[in-house]
Design a binder for this molecule. Sequence first.
Ligand code: GLC
Length: 696
Amino acid sequence: MASSLNEVDDKIPSSLIDELQFDMDDDQPMIETSGAEKSLSSKASAQQSDTAEEVWRTIENNRVRFPMNRDDHREGLKRATTFKSPPGSEAGEVPTTDDSSKQSTPTSPTGTDGGGRDGESSDKEKAGRGSLENKTILKPSPSVGTSLLNLVNEGTGAKANGAENGSSSMMDEAWERLRSSFVYFQKKPVGTLAAVDPSAEALNYNQVFVRDFVPTALACLMKVPDPEPEIVKNFLLKTLHLQGWKKTIDNFTLGEGVMPASFKVMYDSFQEKDVLKADFGGSAIGRVAPVDSGFWWIILLRSYTKCTGDYTLSEKPEVQKGMKLILNLCLSDGFDTFPTLLCADGCSMIDRRMGIYGYPIEIQALFFFALRCAQQMLKQDTDSNRLIGRIERRITALSYHIRNYYWLDFTQLNNIYRYKTEEYSHTAVNKFNVIPESIPDWVFDFMPLRGGYFIGNVSPARMDFRWFLIGNCIAILSSLATPAQATAIMDLVEERWEDLIGEMPLKIAYPALEGYQWRIVTGCDPKNIRWSYHNGGSWPVLLWLLTAACIKAGRPQIAKRAIELVEQRLSKDGWPEYYDGKKGRYIGKQARKYQTWSISGYLVAKLMIENPSNLAMISLEEDKKIEKPRLTRSASWSCSSTLFPRISQVWQFSTFSQLLGCLNKRIIQILVRRCSLFHVSFTSLLLESLQVQPPL
Ligand code: GLC
């Protein structure tokens, strides 16, 4: 591991700082730490950070309000690209903080003469850097989007009935709110706040989370008529820069490739400029490891490249290096006997103790997706070729493992139910020595005759039979799931609609842990009580993933039904973070309102269903070199899907759309009429994407 990391370092000259990284070395390495490290800093600095929090609150309450109307919104959207100043500030400036916050700034011993203008850093500034925390109060950056209260009271509240007024007004509202959550660094948009809810304590929801930004980024890339790729590029570069920091928590140095869970833009009043503060898990509740951040970063880099055709970003030496560091971290040799990645609890979107330690499907599917994206983006050279070889071998082993051992359908459940135990040698059928008595009762009722899914976790004597939405959808998008498996997952969603979709899409996990299981597995977590939050709660953000997976599997109608449900309530309810209850009927007990990814998740779902070719940005074709599993068949494997695999699965959707684009509508009508073998869902997908009337 160490040697391969060094290899990467040797290859890339550290002096290569690109102009696109806009003042990368201007931000101070500020890693949120606690415990031993915090105790080393002086009492004074602790008081200062309290003051900083107070200042933050004052600013939130007193900040200049920006009126939000439709025209403003349009202007604002342009502003995001051109960095025009908001009303009330000088040309080219970002909104200013109030005076009181300025007064609270201590005078620097070295003084300041206006250094810290964009792209410049004076000697005085540099001198002040070493002891920044002791000398400077960090204030919330004035360039953070907008006023919180304003948004709720004046802005888009009038459109509370978005769904009633039609989905287009809901879309307008969503765009406005999304733009209002933009976070700026040196006047350039670099991400979005996790939530803009003035009624709840900010905690870390005032930060830019890597995973939360993904749907925002996709919405910006898919935006019509003018996509906004710039914020995505800035985000990728800023987070890459944060990866380069030395990351230490309690004297322990984290792996070089680790990407932050989140970051925040603060204003350094001494140097009069924005600085970044990153959290690599050291400040997160429970100190969880953000394993998914690096994977999402690679996946997003591919989406950006695919959408813009701008290969210059992914081919930059720094970007290539960042990618290699992430890959080295997860491809390093260990004691493993499985190709899956060993993880701690809470290392993904479910960032609390929920019994997803070990080899959770959520991470394995993302791992596979990221490996395949990296495979496309790594530039060929002697060093990369070795890495590409390792990636190929891991992809093969990982897909075999997941497709065979994580897959559960009626037939496979029956096999496990009849497993013999204590089998020795490589001929064992029950490879992980799973004791059939450990199968929970609910699975027998839940498992339909038609359908199947990848279970939550597989390790010695342990199968976590829970359903996890992200893992299953990502498996479809990355083509980790075979076309037949993707079909079966869609069948399951249809068959278990009430459980998995309910009244408000979508269940993050099913079923909930209750009673003693909840006590043992969650550690009595009151936020994760049954059917709430990560423990069987319903998360609107997941709508975009379901939609993408449905389109890929040739079943857009499923997504449409889910979108319709969301449109009935989401805007009216104030875009909550999650819903509670078996059917997702109640706004989550501790859910934030105006949760950014609930907003952007809806936008992406709509943009994809309206233009399914957007799918290409977040989906990979099947890798024909990977061997398909020889699995048992349950109902969803036989009949039409086996005999006549749906065309949209066999052909990559985007390729197919391109072909269709070349044909005229009349020919397609004739084709559709003739091809009675085509599956119904394929036919309607075809007609929908072309807006052709079905033949009578
Ligand atoms: C919660 C979620 C996490 C998300 C964060 C910010 O902690 O569990 O997945 O990234 O909020 O929205």
